[in-house]
Ligand binder design. Structure first.
Ligand SMILES: Nc1ncnc2c1ncn2[C@@H]1O[C@H](COP(=O)(O)OP(=O)(O)O)[C@@H](O)[C@H]1O
Ligand SMILES: [Mg+2]
Length: 303
């Protein structure tokens, strides 16, 4: 199961925070004059499997506090890029710095300290089916925090409410939840350790347009409230339009274009043209979210 690797890895003996000091800003913080701190910096990245090259000389900056949407044709390597950034897929060349630190150069203890600063919602296997929502959310907490069960329960309920679920959802199993609720519960688990970055892989795929729209609003609200940086792989043009500050379009193993929606719309690249101006684009199709944008502000507690 792909999601297993980060969270159900057997505990290696809890390292007390502070044992290994990885400074909050790291040694090599990068600042972009226009956008501020570069929280993820990818340079000349090449990734491949066997004789196949997936990403080649890929460059990407993600800025602290933004919601970056990552788009590209199916199979172009969006998920591979995400998984390479978080250290699950080995790279062949290039460098990746997160929080100003090159993951590849850290020892295991230091990696653990970096890993607890991000949360992940995988494309598949959002939750462990044999565990309740509460137990799912508490998995990363149990791995990294030394807390009483009572505190862990309170924390889990807090996260559950934060993503707009009712406290009763805590004792439910994933099979008892709707698709939208599962995504919310998985988001609660991604937020378990108060991360600075959240990685989301196709979070609204499989949801009906209304649930997808509500999930997008939740992401935008949480991003503002918690000051998160969001790295979101998505096919959802509505998501790109309504919540993403910036978009990175991936193709031919590289980042073809980055910028706000206007930049994407103005691009002459054939894939971007067909994607952003094609039949499924919003040209002529009113976004299902437009009416809501003007009405009620997104609320964390609404579900
Ligand atoms: N562990 C792996 N071993 C071999 N090939 C892989 C592996 N993971 C992904 N791939 C291949 O890499 C390509 C990009 O995959 P992926 O990043 O999942 O695409 P997408 O952009 O749709 O998320 C696909 O052709 C996929 O089959
Ligand atoms: Mg994918």
């Amino acid at each position: 199961m792909p999601s297993a690797s980060m969270i159900d890895a057997p505990g290696k003996g809890a390292a007390a925070p502070g044992d290994v000091h990885v400074s909050a800003n790291g040694g090599g913080e990068h600042i972009d004059e226009r956008h501020g701190e570069v929280i993820i910096r990818v340079r000349d990245l090449s990734v491949g499997f066997g004789d196949r090259t997936i990403n080649k000389d890929l460059n990407l900056d993600v800025y602290r506090g933004e919601i970056l949407g990552v788009v590209g044709a199916s199979g172009t390597g969006k998920s591979v890029l995400l998984r390479t950034i978080i250290g699950l897929v080995p790279k062949r060349a290039g460098s990746i710095e997160v929080f100003g630190q090159d993951f590849a150069k850290l020892n295991e203890e230091q990696r653990r300290m970096v890993e607890r600063r991000w949360g992940i919602l995988f494309q598949q296997g959002a939750l462990f089916s044999a565990l309740t929502v509460k137990q799912n959310i508490q998995l990363p907490m149990r791995e990294y925090l030394d807390m009483s069960d009572r505190l862990l329960d309170e924390l889990a309920i807090l996260k559950i409410e934060m993503v707009g679920l009712k406290p009763e959802a805590a004792e439910k199993f994933p099979s008892e939840l709707s698709g939208g609720m599962i995504k919310r519960a998985a988001l609660a688990r991604a937020l378990a350790l108060d991360p600075e970055i959240v990685f989301l892989d196709e979070p609204t795929s499989g949801l009906d347009p209304i649930s997808a729209g509500e999930f997008d609003e939740l992401i935008a609200t949480l991003q503002k409230t918690l000051g998160l940086t969001v790295f979101m792989v998505t096919h959802d043009l509505d998501s790109l339009k309504s919540v993403c500050d910036r978009i990175a379009a991936i193709g031919e193993g590289k980042v073809l274009e980055t910028g706000p929606m206007e930049t994407m719309m103005a691009s002459n690249h054939p894939w971007l043209r067909s994607y952003f101006h094609g039949a499924r684009s919003f040209k002529g199709v009113r976004s299902s979210r437009e009416p809501r944008d003007g009405n009620a502000p997104a609320s964390i507690g609404s579900a």
